[in-house]
Design a protein around this ligand. Structure first.
Ligand code: APR
Length: 269
């Protein structure tokens, strides 16, 4: 059975057989909430230069300009809500023995939708790091009353706790995502251009280790030819349909599985 979005019964069954599932997301998953992506026609990098806003050098040169940009994005993100794609991904968590959501997004919308088993590869816009002692903590004030904000304890400058160009990913997050990608049976990639490495190589790590890998995107990406299937459409439409069908298949398989004692649940008196 083939639906509008290209979701076939076979594809759903393949995903449903996984015991260890990874969902890997990029900014496209938040697009329908109203958060701009980075690349593409209305992407942030059309209007802004990454080297002036998203590097340590830019921050050291002009922390006020960088913080004003982050303050603007924080205000925008605070006003939007998770969309049906975030919500569907949160519903998937309980359906697999092992489940990991790996996101490149810093907006925190997955958590607001209810996801808990999440690895944030590029940090989180609602946290800050002290440039003095490197302490990391929540910075939820919105809008910020002081720009650039300073550490209340030592007075040093604070920076957003996000990964900028030229910076390594936090080692624990990178290790956890690499481990998840290399051990999963299936990976669902949603809304990423798959251009920024090393994060973008995670689908290929999964594929190389034998996982069934599919993507949901409004367009084909550089990884499309290397993975098992591309579902072309909006995340907020395709992901909920896919998840609903997947949950049905997983639920049916659980019901027909033998109970621990070897007797089928429904056969009990
Ligand atoms: N549904 C699905 N996909 C979408 C949608 C949508 N509604 N809207 C846009 N997309 C896709 C685009 O086609 C594109 O492939 O989302 C992708 C967004 O790509 P990028 O803007 O490059 O975002 P991302 O892949 O998350 O970027 C990775 O680059 O600058 C950085 O640190 C930033 O984490 C970010 C990283």
């Amino acid at each position: 059975m083939r639906s509008e979005s290209g979701i076939t019964e076979e594809l759903v069954l393949r995903l449903g057989r996984a015991r260890n599932m990874v969902v890997f997301t990029g900014s496209g998953v938040s697009r329908e909430s109203g958060v701009p992506t980075f690349r593409g026609e209305d992407g942030l990098w059309q209007e802004h230069r990454p080297e002036e806003l998203a590097t340590l050098e830019a921050f050291e040169r002009n922390p006020e300009v960088v913080w004003r940009w982050y303050d603007y994005r924080r205000r925008l993100i605070a006003e939007v809500r998770p969309n049906p794609a975030h919500e569907a991904i949160a519903r998937l968590e309980g359906a697999f023995d092992v489940f990991t959501l790996v996101t490149q997004n810093v907006d925190g919308l997955h958590a607001r939708a209810g996801s808990t088993r999440t690895v944030e590869l590029h940090g989180n816009i609602w946290r800050a790091r002290c440039m003095g002692d490197q302490d990391v903590f929540d910075l939820l004030e919105n809008p910020l009353s002081e720009i650039p904000p300073r550490c209340k304890r030592c007075g040093s400058l604070l920076r957003p706790d996000v990964v900028w160009f030229g910076e390594p990913m936090p080692p624990e997050a990178y290790d956890a995502s690499y481990e998840a990608a290399s051990s999963c049976d299936a990976m669902l990639v949603v809304g990423t251009s798959a251009l920024v490495r090393p994060a973008a190589s995670l689908p290929l790590v999964a594929k190389h280790n034998g996982a069934f890998v599919i993507e949901v995107n409004i367009t084909y990406t550089p990884i499309s030819v290397l993975i098992d299937a591309s579902l072309i459409g909006k995340a907020g439409e395709v992901v909920p349909e896919l998840v609903e069908r997947l949950l049905r298949v997983v639920g049916e398989a659980r019901e027909s599985a033998p109970s621990p004692g070897g007797v089928k649940e429904h056969a009990r008196p």
